[in-house]
Design a protein around this ligand. Structure first.
Ligand SMILES: [Zn+2]
Length: 411
């Protein structure tokens, strides 16, 4: 068997961070008419490179497997994300002094949720979005959008057309690109000499600190840190000059980059974040490899709870048919013998079954009808919102359960 090579530096990968076994693709919800058919399971294992410390999946799916879900995610459906985006646009417009002579480019621009705030201020903006349905929604908002993938080749063509930009945005896209060197290599080609790139991504530090292993799924090739990204950027003569911590997606980082020779001064935050990563062990492949033990402990806690409830004749239901729930349930080997149903507000998911575990997805009003003793909250990042919306379960003595960072029963 030939070794898997690091997607950043090419070193053979030798160290496992955590091994979640086999799992179907997290967004492949099963229709009722397909219940008698099988599903394809793929390995879900994170390894870390001993040389450059990039945490990454050990294997990847065939290229056409990712985008087969028949509903697309529209960023504009989330109010809190829209507010986050508008604040970002306002702060960048004033920080960089952007006006109608400037240019802005966003990669993975989705439905124009962010670029609309630049367009409405008269700042020329272009979105890059390969998903046709979201790209069409962006054009309806007046956001010019190209249905292409970003990389060296497409960046060269954009530059030839005059797209040299003052601000280049990539929110939650880095973890999804199969060839990180080709993607990052395109950035300098479309960036003005004093232009700025910003990237937002869930921070590996939070994943390790809060046991967020259920954010591992096949669509996320990388689990990112400043430590592992610095060499990727340095290879194409980009440097990080500022970093902000964000609360989005359980704890994210926003990096600010520029050409190595640009005049932007490095903020003290860059060194401070690097020190934090060192303190929690992100600069040590050996320490990262210890994370697998926490993951195994959470599995035992959840199974002990579910077995106890089943033995006591109590019903457990779940809330939120999110991707992270699928990683958790499949890793723990839970089916509808342990969790009766999962409630979700998205009508496109209702009437279907979770991939692998085959737990039925129902509308939230089913909670009221079936009165479960426990409601297991799968998207822990919005647990306050879910507890507020489903507080009615307390009327029959129902309790909330959160499995991560460690199992907790909340009255
Ligand atoms: Zn490497």
């Amino acid at each position: 068997m030939s070794a898997v090579l690091c997607r950043s530096c090419g070193e053979p990968l030798a160290r496992t961070v955590c091994d979640l076994g086999l799992s179907p693709v997290s967004n492949a919800f099963v229709r009722a008419e397909n219940l008698s058919s099988g599903e394809t399971f793929y390995p879900l294992k994170v390894m870390v490179c001993d040389r450059c410390l990039l945490a990454q999946l050990a294997s990847s799916l065939p290229a056409d497997t990712h985008f087969h879900s028949d509903y697309a995610y529209f960023s504009s459906f989330s109010n809190s994300w829209l507010q986050h985006s508008e604040r970002y646009a306002q702060s960048m417009i004033s920080r960089l002094g952007l006006g109608n002579e400037s240019k802005v480019l966003e990669v993975a621009s989705n439905d124009g949720y962010l670029l609309q705030f630049f367009v409405e201020r008269g700042i020329p903006a272009l979105g890059i979005e390969p998903t046709a349905s979201t790209a069409a929604a962006a054009r309806n908002k007046g956001v010019d959008t190209r249905e292409i993938f970003f990389g060296r080749n497409s960046a060269e063509r954009l530059a030839e057309e005059g797209w040299k930009v003052d601000l280049l945005i990539g929110n939650n896209v880095l973890a999804h690109v199969p060839d990180i060197n080709d993607f990052v290599g395109g950035l300098p080609l479309v960036l003005n000499p004093e232009g700025v790139v910003t990237f937002e991504f869930p921070h590996l530090l939070k994943l390790i600190e809060l046991n967020q292993f259920d954010t591992i799924y096949h669509e996320h090739y990388y689990y990112l840190s400043l430590t592992a990204l610095l060499p990727v950027f340095a290879r194409v003569n980009l440097r990080v000059f500022d970093v902000e911590k964000l609360t989005t997606h359980g704890g994210s980082l926003r990096l600010y980059l520029c050409h190595a020779r640009a005049s932007h001064l490095e903020a003290p935050a860059v060194q401070a974040r690097a020190m934090e990563e060192q303190a929690i062990g992100l600069t040590s492949a050996e320490r990262l490899a210890g994370f697998g033990r926490n993951v195994e402990r959470i599995k035992r806690e959840l199974l002990a709870f579910l077995i106890g409830a089943a033995n006591g004749g109590q019903q457990v239901a779940a809330y939120g048919a999110a991707a992270k729930g699928n990683t958790l349930l499949n890793y723990c080997g839970v089916r509808d013998d342990m969790i009766a149903f999962v409630a979700d507000k998205n009508p496109a998911k209702q009437g279907r079954f979770l991939p692998g575990s085959r737990i039925p997805v129902v509308a939230p009003d089913e909670i009221e009808h079936r009165r479960p003793d426990y409601l297991l909250i799968l998207p822990w990042n919005i647990k306050e919102e879910i507890m507020l919306q489903n507080g009615g379960i307390r009327a029959w003595g129902g309790q909330f359960v959160v499995p991560i960072p460690s199992l907790e029963i909340l009255p």
